[in-house]
Design a protein around this ligand. Structure first.
Ligand SMILES: Cc1cc2nc3c(=O)[nH]c(=O)nc-3n(C[C@H](O)[C@H](O)[C@H](O)COP(=O)(O)O)c2cc1C
Ligand SMILES: [Fe+2]
Ligand SMILES: [Fe+2]
Length: 399
């Protein structure tokens, strides 16, 4: 495996082939925790790995350098997947100085009671740290992904260590974007963006603006492959994702007990497909929340359906709406639908929840009692056609 970003800068992280649940995010391709070692007159480690894998990190570092020669650890982000093994690395290299911003120091102290005794160098945006031949500069990027997050730039080699930004949960034996199928890397970057930082689009726009002043040869994130041959592709994708740019795409997301709600959703998909737009039916209980968020990111119109269970919506539809509410997709339109037996519940609950989520509501809930009749199914097909027309109109206004 080629770990060299350039002469003197190497990847020393951990490939987590088997992880499938990353705080509820379904990581179907695994993950990596990227740590980078810069060897110069002073030696610096950029971020660490999840705590269970500290031994791998220490072994990787020792392959290049005795641990007592490590001078700095730059902590771009205090989250446990990157900073969880700090205390073990400091134990193995007690001479080391931690370089981070003030907010990061506070969080690291909360997680590591022993951190009071560590050596610290607190930095802010624009500060520099000379390693000898190389200079590091720091760029604070609050809320990408936590309040303390920052990125680190190597001036001479023009490498941006971008922490969670531009990351992907993607385990691979190759470390670079041109050594893997780039469409897979981009798809995983989209899933990552949608599920981790969709709600921070505005802050990421600011980061993109600040980074546009830098000449960049490589973007080395804290997860997944390093961008060096397709930097233009990931940057232009991010420009669309930060504004939740919609495609002419219609989604129908539902949950059901006895398939009446599914039949309604299928009729909507049929109506939308006839208008020639991309349409996708998602059974939330089969596909899961990670896929739901990823597909909502670039959909224009979304119908959410639930049958009525104990006077309310199905629990996984509740989970999906709660999850999406937190992720704050912008500029989307939609409506609620679903089946019931003898009273109000599922569709009304979905409708009420959507109205708290800044969705442009296209109609009142579309409902069927017990099984949808041919008339109701026709209404569903018409609703699907209306979704498609709305999606095309929304995209026309955007571009
Ligand atoms: C466990 C259970 C609880 C239900 N609770 C309600 C209810 O509180 N109110 C209601 O109108 N219908 C209720 N129903 C009836 C369903 O909403 C009805 O069968 C509906 O057509 C199911 O749609 P589906 O085929 O999409 O699952 C319940 C059904 C089941 C199986
Ligand atoms: Fe994070
Ligand atoms: Fe992370």
């Amino acid at each position: 495996m080629n770990t060299a970003l350039c002469d003197g800068i190497d990847w020393v992280g951990y490939i987590d082939w088997t992880v499938r649940d990353f705080h509820s995010y379904v990581t179907s391709r695994g993950a990596t925790y990227n740590s980078y070692l810069i060897r110069d007159e002073k030696n610096a480690l950029i971020d660490t790995v999840k705590r269970p894998y500290a031994d791998y990190l220490l072994r990787n570092i020792a392959g290049f350098l005795p641990l007592e020669k490590l001078d700095y650890i730059v902590v771009n982000h205090a989250e446990i997947d990157h900073a969880g093994s700090l205390s073990l690395v400091v134990k193995a290299a007690p001479q080391v100085t931690l370089v981070c911003d003030a907010k990061c120091q506070n969080i690291l102290k909360a997680y590591n009671p022993e951190a009071e005794g560590w050596n610290w160098q607190i930095v802010k945006s624009g500060d520099t740290l000379s390693l000898g031949k190389r200079t590091l500069t720091f760029l604070e990027t609050p809320m990408v992904h936590w309040p303390e997050s920052m990125m680190t730039y190597v001036v001479e080699e023009k490498i941006l260590f971008s922490m969670d930004g531009f990351g992907q949960h993607y385990a691979s034996s190759n470390r670079f974007d041109d050594e893997v199928d780039v469409s897979v890397a981009l798809a995983e970057a989209k899933t990552y963006y949608a599920n981790i930082v969709m709600l921070y689009g505005k802050q990421i726009q600011k980061t993109l603006a600040a980074a546009s002043g830098l000449e960049i040869n490589m973007i080395a994130p804290a997860h997944g492959v390093i961008w060096r041959s397709h930097i233009d592709k990931i940057l232009s994708a991010y420009k669309e994702w930060v504004v939740c740019k919609s495609k002419p795409k219609v989604l129908v997301i539902y949950d059901t007990m006895w398939d009446s709600t599914k039949k309604m959703g299928e009729a909507m998909i049929d109506g939308a497909t006839r208008k020639g737009v991309e349409a996708k039916l998602i059974w939330v209980r089969a596909s899961g929340l990670t896929e739901v968020a990823t597909d909502v990111l670039d959909a224009a119109v979304v119908a959410f359906g639930s049958s009525t269970l104990n006077q309310g919506m199905m629990p996984m539809m509740g989970a999906a709406l709660t999850y999406l509410k937190g992720l704050k997709p912008m500029g989307k339109a939609g409506f609620a639908f679903g089946s019931y037996g003898w009273g109000k519940g599922g569709p009304e609950d979905v409708d009420a929840q959507l109205r708290t989520m800044n969705f442009e509501m296209l109609r009142e809930p579309l409902k069927a009692q017990w099984r949808p009749t041919p008339e109701v199914l026709e209404e569903c097909r018409a609703a699907g056609a209306m979704m498609a027309e709305k999606a095309l109109a929304m995209v026309a206004v955007q571009s």
